[in-house]
Design a protein around this ligand. Structure first.
Ligand code: NI
Length: 252
């Protein structure tokens, strides 16, 4: 049994065939999916999908790339949405210095504000970090709220250990299957007790499915690669990462 801890089922390629996507996931042993919003509009769609499907849970937050031009009452609207049933995390939130669709200063302000909301509501955070490792770590340690997962981890092994030592979890997508040595070494450095699996569907399809629309049913391909990198049976990776996700997101 697996859990896809990060998918964007709101994207049209997945949303138009949602029942089939969830059915294929279940056939592949992926029984629960965290559907992740990136702004207030997609948050409503994520809540709809969580209401409709037992195995779908909601993560709601403002993505760094969507941080510009927010309505002034966004923190109150977000708090209201986060109070709905089946919300299990605040996310995805963070910093993206790779593509500065929103100015750095705005990203930082919106990120800080959301960390404070997560702390206030005692919710775990799904963290997006693209070429912003130092700022992200500095802001999180300064505020001192460490209940988060660094999703689609792109740092090196040293950064992975630093963050897991601080209490953070780390999750890998198909990015772990592309033969990138830095990512493989990071996956090897992360204790299995701190590791979770995700697709980030519809993006980043794993090797063997590259170029296709990614979907939660492909989680076992990522698990197989993690198992190979760590020299463990895939069953162990499945069991431990599933338990990690249940604990981290407080899933039923
Ligand atoms: Ni994502």
């Amino acid at each position: 049994m697996f859990i896809d801890t990060h998918a964007h089922l709101t994207y049209p390629t997945l949303n138009v065939q949602l029942s089939e996507v969830i059915e294929r996931a279940e056939e592949a042993g992926v029984t629960r999916i965290i559907n992740v919003a990136t702004d207030l509009e997609s948050a409503e769609m994520v809540l709809d999908s969580a209401n409709k499907f037992d195995g779908v849970f909601a993560a709601l937050g403002i993505h760094p790339q969507d941080s510009a031009n927010l309505p002034s009452d966004w923190p109150d609207r977000l708090r209201e949405l986060l109070s709905k049933p089946k919300v299990v995390a605040l996310g995805e939130i963070g910093l993206d210095y790779y593509r500065e669709f929103s100015p750095k200063a705005t990203q930082i302000e919106v990120f800080r504000r959301q960390i404070l909301i997560a702390r206030e509501l005692k919710l775990p955070m799904i963290l997006h970090d693209r070429q912003a490792h130092e700022d992200l770590k500095q802001i999180l340690t300064e505020i001192g709220y460490h209940k988060g997962v660094l999703h689609c981890f792109s740092g090196n092994a040293v950064f992975a250990r630093e963050m897991t030592d601080l209490g953070f979890y780390i999750s890998f997508t198909g990015n772990a299957t592309y033969g990138n040595r830095k990512t493989e070494q990071a996956a090897q450095a992360v204790p299995l007790e701190k590791l979770m699996l995700e697709t980030d569907a519809p993006f980043l399809a794993p090797e063997g499915k590259r170029g296709e629309t990614n979907e939660p049913a492909y989680i076992p391909l990522i698990a197989a690669k993690i198992a190979e990198l760590k020299g463990l049976p895939i069953e162990t990776v499945a069991t431990v990462t599933t338990q990690n996700a249940i604990n981290f997101f407080n899933l039923p």
